[in-house]
Design a protein around this ligand. Structure first.
Ligand code: NAD
Length: 292
């Protein structure tokens, strides 16, 4: 019998608010006990409107928890060498505990050497080879990329035990899909990764107890792809223009089609996005604690 179930929304905003409050309390305690105020440097090159919004939000939240924010807004014409020189300067600055380069960078810049130039102990986005290696080896003292960390925390809130569950991660970027798969593997999930060249993504999705989607393809995952009772984490953020000429954000999952099939799903907006920022603040706090 094909009965529908009640789908619960995973409230990322509420989760993020709670986490941000905890970080703020720990920042205050760190200041009181050691005199150290965590400092986070964010570098934005060019004027991509979506990146500008993310960076503004990050700065606002950084101030809100009592950390120092060092914003570097660089012109589109910035060269590879100029960016590397700035990263060296930030690496050597004792007031800065975390460095984040907002991605994507303009096309003329080669992002990998820029990311790898960040000192691993200041790499709060967890993208250096050192931190990626720590995650792969299951070491718990490295930095985990903020978005997959946020997805994992939401899953742990919603599911008492991830061990043995089938997880499909759709999207295999260094920023999101790969570390996400590794985190789930470390939790005992049976993990499959699908990407642009995967031939049977839909079929794989139907077997997944946990479905994490990070592709940048709006509403890629249809209701018919979803196993009944699955938990869905929709990471995608896609801007669309509605018939009323309004800009609206949608995810990589056809949200309404999954209602009655999935047991839980993160909405877009209000799901993963706010938790990503809280995880960044958490990582910056950890970086400052390690330095104290
Ligand atoms: P990316 O472009 O670096 O990687 C996309 C991945 O998806 C690639 O591995 C590609 O092979 C795969 N892919 C693309 N089309 C596919 C398809 N049709 N079927 C299967 N796989 C496909 O993107 P990213 O940086 O990983 O980001 C992915 C999405 O997540 C974007 O929408 C981005 O805006 C969003 N995002 C959200 C947050 C957040 O905080 N909520 C953070 C980071 C990224």
């Amino acid at each position: 019998m094909n009965t529908s179930i009640e789908t619960q929304l995973i409230d990322g905003k509420a989760f993020a608010e709670k986490m941000t409050k905890e970080v703020a309390a720990q920042v205050a305690e760190l200041q009181q006990t050691t005199g150290v105020t965590p400092g986070l440097a964010v570098i934005l090159v060019g004027n991509d409107p979506a990146s500008e919004v993310y960076v503004r939000n990050k700065t606002k939240q950084t101030h809100k928890v009592g950390m120092r924010s060092f914003m570097h807004l660089l012109p589109e014409t910035t060269t590879q060498q100029e960016l590397l020189t700035l990263i060296q300067r930030l690496n050597n600055d004792p007031d800065i505990h975390g460095i984040l380069v907002q991605l994507p960078l303009p096309k003329h810049l080669d992002s990998d050497p820029i990311i790898q130039a960040i000192l691993p102990e200041k790499d709060v986005d967890g993208l250096t080879a050192y931190n990626a290696g720590k995650l792969t080896l299951g070491h718990t003292d490295g930095f985990i990329p903020c978005t997959p960390l946020g997805c994992l925390l939401l899953l742990q809130q919603e599911l008492s035990n991830l061990r043995g569950l089938n997880a499909l991660v759709i999207g295999a970027s260094n920023l999101m899909g790969k570390p996400m798969a590794q985190l789930l593997l470390n939790q005992g999930c049976t993990v499959t990764i699908a990407h642009i060249d995967t031939r049977n993504t839909e079929e794989l999705a139907r077997q997944a107890d946990i479905l994490i989607v990070a592709t940048g393809c709006k509403e890629l995952v249809k209701g018919s792809w979803v196993k009944k009772g699955a938990v869905i984490i929709d990471v995608g953020i896609n801007r669309i223009t509605t018939e009323e000429n309004k800009v609206k954000l949608v995810g990589d999952v056809a949200f309404h089609e999954t209602l009655g099939i999935a047991s839980k799903i993160t909405p877009v907006p209000g799901g993963v996005g706010p938790v990503t920022i809280s995880c960044l603040l958490y990582n910056a706090l950890s970086a400052a604690k390690k330095k104290k």
